[in-house]
Each structure stands twice: as C-alpha cells, then as structure tokens.
Design a protein around this ligand. Structure first.
Ligand code: UDX
Ligand code: UDX
Ligand code: ADP
Length: 467
C-alpha cells in the first residue's frame, strides 16, 4: 500500500521534528501534524522561525522548506484523521500521578482518547503507528478499542519507537543508527509494515530498517533507554568513589570506554540524567516487572533511579557543606536549567531538584539558561508543590545575562553543559562575585585548573583532587 497522506496526533518534541523530517524527505507525501493545544499549533505556524515551540539545531531550516508545501500544522484533528492513510500517535504518556501504579505506570489516557477519536472518525482502513513510548502490549489495547468501537473498517497497528535524542533530533532523524518497525505477523500486518518501511526508505539505507513483532519493538524502546540510563547511573556511582579515593572520573571513563566491548558513549558523569524518557521508561519497566511478580528484576532496574536521585541530592548537599553548612540568604547562580544542552526542554531536569533542595535551605537562586523561558522555570518549581508560588518567585530569579546572574554571588553551579559557558569571561565573573568565590561544576565542562588560577575554589564532579 502506497502512503499518500500521513497524520500525526501530537505536535511536541517527538511529533514535530519527526514529521518535519518525513515531510522534507518525502515531498510526495502530505504530512499533517495536529494537536489540541492551539497555541502550540500557532507557534509551529509562526512566520518567525525563532518562535517554533521546540528548539532543535537545524529544525527551523527544515520547517521552512517543507511547511506549506507538504507539511501542515492544524488543530482540526478529525479532518486530518479522515484524510490520512497512516496515523502516528505521538501524544505524551507521562507517569501516572494518581490511582493504581501512581508514580510508576504510564498514564495512557491520552493514547486511549486518540484511539477512540480515530475509531469514531475513520471511514476507510487505516494504519495506526505508535510513536510515543508505551508499555509493552499497548498496541493490543489500541487494537481492541479500534476494533470494538470503530465503523467496521480495518486497522493495522504498528510500533515505531522513537530513538531521537533532544538537542540532536534532526541529525538523529536524518541519519538514525536504526529504524525499528514492529507489526502483526499476519499477511495484512506484513503489508502495513512494508508501507512504513517504504516511507523511511526514501532516505534511510534498507539495512538500517529493522522489522520485528510488535512486542519486541515496544520492549526494545524501554530496554534501550534503560541501558543508556544505567550507563549514566553506573558512571555516576563511580564518580562518588573517585571523589573519595583521588581517582578522576574522566580518566576512568576514558580508560574503560576504549574497551570496544564497553564503548565510549554515555560515560560522562553528571549531576544526574533528566529528560522525558529515562526515568519514565525505567519506572514503566519496574511496574511491568512487578505486575508479573518479577521482584528481583524490578529492584535491579529501580536502583538506576535511586542512584540518579542520590546524585542530584548529593550535589546540593555538597554545595551546602562547602558553603560552611549554610546557604540561607546566600546568592547561588545556576548556569543552565535544561536537562541537557541544545534543547529548551526541562522535563525531569536535575536542576529542578537541586534548586528545590537549596531553596528549602533558604538560598537565593539566580538562573541563567540560554533557551529556557522564565515561565517554564517557575512552572517546574510550582509542579513540585514544595512551597507557594510567591515563595518560589521571591527566592528564585531568572536572568537573561550571565554577568548579571553571577554579580555578588557566593557560588556558581553548572547544571547544564551549554557550550557557551566555556567561553564566558571568567575573570570578569570572578571580580564581581563575593569571596571566596565557589564553582560547582555538575557537568565537568569547565577548565577547573584555569579557574583556580583566577582564584575560584572549584568542585569538579568525580574528581578527588578538588575541594
Ligand atoms: C573477564 C574480562 O572480559 C577480562 O577483560 C578480564 O581481564 C577478566 O575477566 P573472562 O572472565 O575471561 O574475562 O571472560 P568474559 O568473556 O568476560 O566472560 C565472563 C563471563 O560472562 C563468562 O561466563 C561468559 O560466558 C559470560 N558472558 C559474557 C555472558 O553470559 N554473556 C555475554 O554477552 C558475555
Ligand atoms: C533519550 C534517548 O537517548 C533517546 O534515544 C530516546 O529516544 C529518548 O531518550 P534524551 O532524553 O533526549 O534521549 O537525551 P539523552 O542524550 O539520552 O540524555 C538523557 C540525560 O542523560 C540527559 O540529562 C543527559 O545530560 C544525561 N547524560 C547523558 C549524562 O549525564 N551523561 C552521559 O554520558 C549521557
Ligand atoms: P513528546 O516529548 O512525547 O513529543 P510532548 O508533551 O512534547 O511529548 O507532546 C505531546 C503533544 O500531544 C502535546 O502538544 C499535547 O497537546 C498533544 N496531545 C495530547 N493529547 C492529544 C489528543 N488527544 N489530541 C491531539 N493532541 C494531543
């Protein structure tokens, strides 16, 4: 079956960039991205490409090329479903905040709403593709809803998990290590799989397009993220031992990463991993394991999260200890709020927890992040519900200039590895800070030897030779 029109429900960090790249690479396919969030769709349609709701290097150029040609953003979900041969579901699947599985299971209510909407609207056969990360066996739940509430049309469900990382989304979409497509093993299933393979084959070499059964595909996504997160927690666990023993985590990382069986990626010690996927997917895995009574398996993976929480708390505890056991009334500057560089996304960012801990000790925080908005930062704190919005707003300020943010500050904490932090005039920053001037580098990006020459007292994560 040749796909002529694709609809994607959900215009977020995954749906937006993925569809923009499909549209750019497949000018013969009409791609309609829909969302119930009107302001988000308006932002995707904004003539000012700086206003796109998702910041990703290179995305503006792709949107500029394809938008209005074969890429459209709309709030008319029904019409897009009706028009499309293939529908991607790319809505958010946050961790449940209520009821059974609270704090662990994925909340599938948005997915279910989509399935019901597709069932209600569809008048011809459709291929439905799950793009959001979902618990294993969600495809069969979607199929059930579609088959029992639909208008008698045939649905094929495919799982096509997203492996793009934020900050490198465009690159990852243009040249993915692999594309994974899971589908039904029946003849009709194979035809559906092939039609999606044909879409990707427009720019991706065939040998990089893997096809599996639906459940392998769903589980592979959770497994990939669990393995990546586990590497970060493993190296972070070692960073603590380095600080005690005098070893240096960057040296250890390099030494083990050169073993080709281990590999060099995802071995950068940090203040902790963040992002919308790692924690959510592992909690999901833990929940699935528990629901099958596999407690040892559940505990094994949960430890990755426990280690990550420890790393975040340890970072703020260390700041307090080094600042003579009190940060009350002291100004601390945060460089970075995003969960990693080159994105404006802050979901599960370690900066949020570190800030919350320090605010509870009555610190005054000033944040500078090149891409994250002030409203986002306050919303992240408000979501925690630790204190009132007024208290958050009086204790924490957001600055759009790093030199103002560091003026009269007792300490600087690096929470995101933005490249521009390395190019700051650190002498100027030092001159305008209170003394002793502390730097706590939670991302290991600064040249601490140079900073120490200027006069800073430096803490480098995972390095036993510093304070
Ligand atoms: C290991 C290290 O690889 C080596 O670098 C170090 O110097 C000594 O310890 P070794 O114990 O000889 O070497 O064998 P290795 O190939 O690492 O396998 C260890 C065990 O893991 C074996 O029982 C092997 O069967 C098992 N294994 C390994 C798996 O079950 N699955 C795998 O994918 C790899
Ligand atoms: C991740 C997966 O990489 C991607 O394949 C999947 O589709 C979605 O989840 P993302 O969350 O965008 O992508 O970012 P990623 O680059 O994986 O980083 C996650 C977190 O781990 C970040 O907070 C990052 O700073 C941290 N990290 C990563 C480290 O602390 N050290 C590392 O060595 C690598
Ligand atoms: P992700 O990182 O998975 O892309 P986002 O939260 O960035 O997650 O994007 C998900 C998008 O899905 C949001 O813009 C949200 O408004 C949209 N969405 C959620 N439910 C529906 C729905 N039933 N119909 C259309 N859009 C939806």
């Amino acid at each position: 079956m040749k796909i002529k029109t694709i609809c994607c429900i959900g215009a977020g960090y995954v749906g937006g960039p993925t569809m923009a790249v499909i549209a750019q690479k497949c000018p013969h396919i009409k791609v309609i991205v829909v969302d119930i969030n009107e302001s988000r769709i308006a932002a995707w349609n904004d003539n000012d490409l700086n206003k796109l709701p998702v910041f990703e290097p290179g995305l503006d150029k792709i949107v500029e090329e394809a938008r209005g040609r074969n890429l459209f953003f709309s709030t008319n979900v029904d019409q897009a479903i009706d028009e499309a041969d293939m529908i991607f579901i790319s809505v958010n699947t946050p961790t449940k905040t209520y009821g059974k599985g609270k704090g662990m299971a994925a909340d599938l209510k948005y997915i279910e709403l989509c399935a019901r909407q597709i069932a209600r609207v569809a008048k011809q056969d459709k291929i439905v593709v799950e793009k959001s990360t979902l618990p294993v066996r969600t495809a069969s739940a979607i199929k059930n809803i579609l088959d029992h509430t639909g208008n008698g049309v045939q649905f094929q469900i495919l799982s096509n998990p997203e492996f793009l990382a934020e900050g490198t989304a465009v690159e990852d979409l243009l040249m993915p290590d692999r594309v994974l497509i899971g589908g039904d093993t029946s003849e009709a299933g194979k035809v559906a799989i092939q039609s999606l393979v044909d879409v990707y084959a427009n720019w991706i070499p065939k040998e990089r397009i893997l096809t599996t059964n639906v459940w392998s595909s769903e589980l592979s996504k959770l497994t990939a993220n669990a393995f990546l997160a586990q590497r970060v927690s493993s190296i972070n666990a070692m960073s603590v031992i380095c600080e005690k023993t005098g070893a240096d985590i960057d040296e250890v990382s390099k030494a083990i990463g050169m073993d080709s069986r281990i590999g060099s990626k995802f071995l950068k010690a940090s203040v902790g991993f963040g992002g919308s996927c790692f924690q959510k997917d592992i909690l999901n895995l833990v929940y699935i394991a528990k629901s099958y009574g596999l407690n040892e398996v559940a505990d094994y993976w949960e430890q990755v999260i426990i280690m990550n929480d420890y790393q975040k708390n340890r970072f703020s505890d260390n700041i307090i200890t080094k600042l003579y056991n009190t940060v009350s009334g002291k100004k601390i500057t945060f460089l970075g709020w995003a969960f990693k560089k080159d994105t404006n996304d802050t979901r599960e960012s370690p900066a949020i927890k570190v800030a919350d801990n320090l605010l509870s000790e009555q610190a005054h925080i000033e944040v500078y992040d090149p891409k994250v908005t002030e409203e986002r930062i306050y919303a992240d704190l408000e979501y925690l519900n630790t204190r009132t919005n007024e208290e958050n707003r009086s204790l924490l300020k957001v600055q759009n200039n790093p030199y103002n943010a560091t003026q009269n500050s007792h300490a600087i904490a690096v929470l995101t590895e933005w490249d521009e932090f390395k190019t700051f005039d650190w002498q100027k920053i030092y001159d305008n800070m209170l003394k002793p001037a502390f730097v706590f580098d939670g991302r290991g990006i600064l040249n601490t030897a140079e900073l120490e020459k200027i006069g800073f007292i430096c803490y480098k994560l995972g390095s036993g030779t510093r304070i």
